[in-house]
Ligand binder design. Structure first.
Ligand code: 5GP
Ligand code: MN
Length: 322
């Protein structure tokens, strides 16, 4: 894929990532935004995202993001529109901007997005992150400290600081190239990945305290309801990292974390070590993701949701799935 060629004739270029943007989503969108601005200073380039967490404000361009919750997406179609880090149906309100664009481009690393949804697609399920893929597309001589900071943040977040199995030799070579731009990576990792506010730690504590082991300790489950979120005055952004933390419980193959997003409606996060393909489980319920990290939204009571998920997790743990 040649971004320079694709955008050559365009006057207006749009960029969006998935709903509830995470580090890779924000990093890849802003990395691409900064690159395009540098490449085409005269073109109109806009990023539309749901409001990302404040921790990402250290990335240049953060303040220029058009927040989807605040701005009704514009009417006039974009000449080129980039959907990053997901399929078009995960763009939320930006899906219509993508749909109406003259040229659609999809850059992603989700296994559940095989083939891609654009006129031009760069979809590599083996890549650590969309940020790594964006880095492949940026010419060496165009990279700079700001672009490197954005893309490095994305890689750090999707690899869990280079410890998930999606980390490849190429991921590390890419990261090595990026820290060569003298970015303050210890601080970036500390402040965007590990650091938690007091209430974030408190609610993580609640989730750990109330977690339960099922399937002979092979699966760990925890849930935060709306009442608890209101009590601590937290939003979904404050729950990032909880599923990875409960997954650290020795002996577990699979971790399930739910939080209530509406009446009898839960956002589900799934993680696995080795035996369970959680993308397959999430896809059963209209979601998706990666083999080791996936998610979906489910309806019903907490017990309904756990029962429905357990069926598919257990099937894989016992090796009885097709
Ligand atoms: P998380 O559990 O951190 O929200 O998401 C884990 C992975 O699954 C991420 O790569 C995320 O993009 C993907 N994912 C989470 N929820 C959904 C969903 O509802 N649909 C799809 N297609 N992917 C999801
Ligand atoms: Mn990603």
């Amino acid at each position: 894929m040649n971004i320079r060629e694709i955008c050559k004739e365009a006057k207006r270029i749009g960029i969006s990532g998935h709903v509830r943007p995470d580090g890779d989503c924000v990093g890849s969108c802003l990395g691409l935004y900064l690159y395009l601005q540098k490449l085409f200073p005269k073109k109109e380039i806009k990023v539309f995202l749901e409001k990302p967490a404040d921790i990402f404000s250290c990335i240049k361009g953060y303040d220029e993001i058009n927040i989807l919750e605040d701005n009704m997406p514009e009417e006039a179609p974009f000449d080129v529109y980039f959907a990053l880090d997901g399929r078009k149906d995960r763009l939320g309100r930006a899906e219509e901007l993508f749909e109406s664009a003259k040229i659609k481009v999809n850059i992603d690393h989700h296994i559940s997005n095989a083939g891609g949804c654009g006129d031009h697609n760069y979809v590599e399920p083996d890549a650590s992150s969309t940020s790594e893929l964006v880095c492949d597309l940026v010419e060496e001589e165009m990279l700079d400290k700001d672009i490197a900071t954005a893309l490095y943040t994305g890689i750090v977040h999707d690899t869990g600081v280079f410890r998930h199995s999606c980390t490849s030799p190429k991921t590390l070579r890419t990261a090595a190239k990026l820290i060569g731009f003298d970015i303050d990576f210890p601080r970036l990792i500390e402040e965007t990945f590990y650091e938690k506010t007091y209430v974030q730690n408190q609610i993580m504590g609640r989730a750990l305290l109330e977690s339960i082991l099922i399937m002979d300790g092979k699966t760990i489950v925890s849930c935060i309801d709306k009442k608890t979120m209101d009590f601590y005055q937290v939003t979904s952004k404050d729950l990032e990292g909880i599923v990875s933390q409960i997954k650290l419980t020795k002996g577990t193959e699979c971790a399930v974390f739910l939080y209530e997003i509406g009446t009898l409606e839960y956002k589900v996060s799934l993680r696995s070590t080795e035996k369970v393909d959680v993308a397959k489980v999430a896809e059963m319920f209209g979601g998706g993701g990666h083999v080791r990290a996936a998610g979906c939204t489910m309806n019903g009571t907490f017990h309904d949701v756990i029962n429905n998920l357990s069926l598919h997790i257990e099937e894989q743990l016992e090796g009885t799935s097709a």
